[in-house]
Design a protein around this ligand. Structure first.
Ligand code: GUN
Length: 303
């Protein structure tokens, strides 16, 4: 991370996510007291991918810390698509489960899109179902993918109204880039989506008041690609080998260069990363409230 000289520019996602989880825990406790409702999140892990195991463990832990019910389902690597779909259908029908997350990536024999679209859209707390993608794109109440939702919260907290700002999203994945663009459009930004075939990517980035980096390429976005004063949100989490031979995490943005130019920037780690699980919990709470016709708590306010 940078020295103290740029401390005021750092967007502290870790602190913001911690505060958000606190507000969620209070809302969950309130829901139980007033309505006898405990939101439940089911996470499904197929196979032994080490990174996925860490994610799933953290999700379960933070779900319980928020006072929600956590259901973990671990299936072997050779699970068939039909077996996985059977479990998804069982969870769709379980009234104690308000959110379902099938951890990606799935083993080769399974068609991920078919599984994601087998989840009840009302329980799709990842926001990956085509119904939720379509609702987001058409301005209807949707469950929104967690990482872009977290980015938007950090942006609004730092900048307030985003209307009229020029936003450049680098990356066009269904999980981050595309939903991020839709969210920024809904906030009245002028949105450009850039990607690997974009001509003169640096010039596109230089036009941004808000730059979202979601390409998965370590430190690809350099300091001189950033307009002075721009707000930079770095979604990348890349493990590289440092000069000392040890592994370290870096984003898609060359942080030490960028922090000198940007008006505000998220670090890696400690920026967007911690927001993803916090937003997953927020989506689970939202799904539980909608399932019961209960007004959704305002998670943006600290009261
Ligand atoms: N694998 C890595 N990140 C995610 C995520 O946000 N959701 C799911 N379902 N799988 C993931």
């Amino acid at each position: 991370m940078s020295d103290g000289a740029h401390a005021e520019k750092i967007i502290d996602g870790k602190a913001f996510a911690g505060a958000l989880r606190g507000r969620i825990a209070r809302a969950v406790s309130d829901l139980r007291e007033r309505h006898g409702l405990t939101p439940g999140l089911a996470v499904v892990l197929v196979g032994e991918d080490p990174a996925s195991q860490v994610y799933v463990r953290n999700k379960g832990k933070q779900t319980q810390e928020a006072g929600m019910a956590s259901f973990e389902h671990r299936l072997p690597e050779n699970t068939s698509q039909e077996e996985l779909l059977d479990l998804v259908r069982q969870l769709n029908d379980d009234p104690a489960v308000h959110g379902i997350l099938v951890q990606l990536p799935l083993p080769k024999q399974i068609d991920s899109a078919a599984v994601l679209d087998g989840i009840d859209p009302a329980k799709d707390v990842d926001g990956f179902h085509v119904i939720n993608a379509g609702r987001l794109a058409t301005g209807q109440a949707a469950l929104v993918p967690c990482t872009p939702l977290g980015c938007l919260m950090l942006l609004k907290d730092r900048l307030g109204d985003l209307s009229g700002k020029r936003a450049v999203v680098v990356g066009r994945s269904n999980i981050v880039g595309k939903p991020m663009a839709q969210l920024l459009l809904a906030e009245n930004c002028t949105v450009t989506v850039a990607h690997s075939r974009t001509q003169d990517l640096a010039a596109e980035c230089r036009r941004a008041d808000i730059l979202i980096a979601a390409v998965g390429r370590p430190e690809m976005i350099r300091g001189d690609w950033i307009a002075p004063g721009a707000t930079v949100i770095d979604v990348g989490i890349n493990r590289i080998e440092g000069a000392d031979g040890k592994g370290r995490l870096v984003g898609d943005v060359a942080f030490e260069e960028a922090v000198k130019v940007a008006g505000a920037i998220t670090p890696v780690p400690g920026g967007v990363g911690p927001m993803t699980i916090a937003c997953l919990l927020a989506n689970t709470l939202t799904a539980a409230c909608r399932a019961k016709g209960i007004a959704e708590p305002d998670l943006t306010s600290s009261n």
